[in-house]
Design a protein around this ligand. Sequence first.
Ligand code: SAM
Length: 209
Amino acid sequence: MGLPNGVRYVEFDGDERLATCGEPVYGEAVVDGWRRWDPHRSKLGATIELGLETGLDGGPRVLYLGAASGTTVSHVADVAGPTYAVEFAPRPARDLLSVAESRRNLIPLLADARQPERYAHVVESDLDLLVQDVATRGQTDVALSNRRFLAEEGRLVLAIKSRSEDVTAAPEEVFERSLDRLESGYEILETARLEPFHADHLAVVAAPR
Ligand code: SAM
């Protein structure tokens, strides 16, 4: 599959790197307005780099769970439509607020992604894309409880960190269990291990059932 609209390979110091066009945020390299999107710093960036179909094409309306200080969600907002960014830790959320200042389509929400009812009055329904990178125990349950925001033909792009679920179990075992559980609400379309960019992470692309 090709890259989503608005995401390109741009030459940085002689190497072709993933990039989006927008205000710089975290000291990333910029060439002619194109900001380098480093897959080592972004699970979604790695997922795109590995060729999965993320549904980021065509200016989607997005709910992003686990926005932290806005590294990845800033790239998402460069190419997407309205982008709701949920983060529950106050410190990174402060940085996220300043990222949102230069992106009118980025709506930061200081909220717990395990309690979607707390932001259901703000977030639109029938969204095109749910991106999740929360790296805490119960990642599958978070994806299941936020499924309500997705349109029927929407997509989930989930990064599962095995160590957040179980530090002792083999990652394959954790991923298998997580996928089994996820299937109660989603049809799994694609999966890929995120090595060499992120150890013991699985990217999952899924459609709501
Ligand atoms: N996605 C970010 C990026 O690429 O720029 C990095 C996210 S970091 C791995 C995980 C983030 O999820 C942390 O900032 C953490 O505070 C947040 N998080 C964890 N559990 C959460 C929850 N239940 N609700 C909201 N945010 C949560």
